[in-house]
Design a protein around this ligand. Structure first.
Ligand code: NAD
Length: 306
């Protein structure tokens, strides 16, 4: 099999001044893409800014023979998103790939939410991903090609104690990617989520030192999803330590009854059937679920509920 090449393509990686984003930017550049390396260079909670973080990754890419430009705009405002995309178009000639990776942490449990922190976390993760993606989507729609990779988290897919703002923002990102995938398909735009597990400044204190969780273990999936050869869209992947998996939202076949006569007691009695994952489907979109339900209703009526 020929090596996957991103030659002639332009990628934006947000939050790429360190950690996972740096690894994605280097891997995309090694595969031939010209890369806009965005990073405000702030602390883990988003405060402050070491403006040189993005430039130092650009220098690394250039020293390896690649092409890259630095950008220090914050993804947290719509203007920042516009400016990141316009710079990629003006200085690198377009946008084919967007990796929405920028992130901050301000962990609080539900009972202790601080609303300013909640908003800042959503502004960077959820709104930030949308701020960059909207101008990029418009550009990709015109050129009839594009690849979005949104960065999720197990805190968003499965939930995690103490991460009300972060987890809900990451959950929203998963839904946003799904909408981009559904709306983008007719324009040649594909969108997927990667939920990484890697040792960075964000996770170092939570991970066992013995685990080999290098950010570079995640990057091959980013490069594959960014490539023209990738046909997957509307998927969620988990990647870390050399393990690559699919995460999905499924719908159990559940328990089907005559709705007019169902009581709360019936629900209690059949909760096991409702929850059983023995038979399930993965609807492609909301309409898919309704079509499947309509079919079951038709069958139910045709067989007189038998
Ligand atoms: N490390 C993991 O195991 C893990 C797990 C799940 C999800 N993630 C996600 O992966 C992404 C990268 O995280 P990381 O672990 O490499 O941590 P990190 O702190 O090293 O990377 C985040 C980067 O985003 C930048 N950033 C923050 N606010 C920004 C803004 N407003 N505009 C532009 N850049 C901004 C930071 O300066 C930083 O370089 C994050 O979205 C994080 O939530 C990481």
């Amino acid at each position: 099999m020929q090596d996957i090449s991103l030659q002639g393509q332009v990628a934006i990686v947000t939050g790429a001044g360190g950690g996972l984003g740096r690894s994605y930017a280097l891997a995309l550049a090694d595969a031939g893409a010209a890369v806009l390396v965005n990073d405000t260079g702030g602390a883990l909670d988003g405060q402050g800014g070491e403006r040189g973080a993005a430039q130092s990754v650009v220098d690394e890419i250039v020293s390896r023979g690649g092409r890259a430009v630095a950008n220090t705009d914050s993804v947290a405002s719509p203007d920042g998103g516009e400016s990141i995309v316009s710079q990629a178009i003006a200085e690198l000639g377009g946008v084919d790939i967007v990796v929405n990776n920028a992130g901050i942490l301000r962990d609080r449990s539900m009972g202790k939410i601080d609303w300013d922190d909640f908003q800042s976390v959503h502004d960077v993760h959820l709104r930030g991903s949308a701020h960059v993606s909207q101008p990029a989507f418009r550009h990709m729609r015109e050129q009839r090609h594009g690849r979005f990779i949104f960065i999720g988290s197990s805190a968003g897919t499965f939930g995690n104690f103490g991460q009300a703002a972060y987890g809900s923002a990451k959950g929203g990102i998963m839904s946003l990617s799904g909408i981009v995938a559904i709306e983008g398909e007719r324009h040649g735009i594909l969108s997927n989520v990667v939920c990484p597990i890697a040792r960075t400044r964000m996770t170092d204190s939570m991970l066992d030192d013995a685990l080999d969780l290098d950010p570079d273990h995640v990057s091959p999936l980013i490069v594959y999803l960014a490539s023209r050869g990738n046909a997957e869209t509307h998927q969620v992947f988990s990647a870390g330590g050399g393990r690559f998996s699919r995460v999905f939202v499924g719908l159990t076949d559940g328990w089907f009854t005559d709705s007019a006569r169902t009581t709360a007691n019936d629900i209690a009695e059949h909760m096991g059937d409702i929850l059983s994952t023995e038979q399930f489907s993965v609807p492609a979109n909301a309409a898919d679920e309704i079509t499947a339900l309509a079919k079951r209703l038709e069958n139910h009526t045709a067989t007189g509920g038998r």
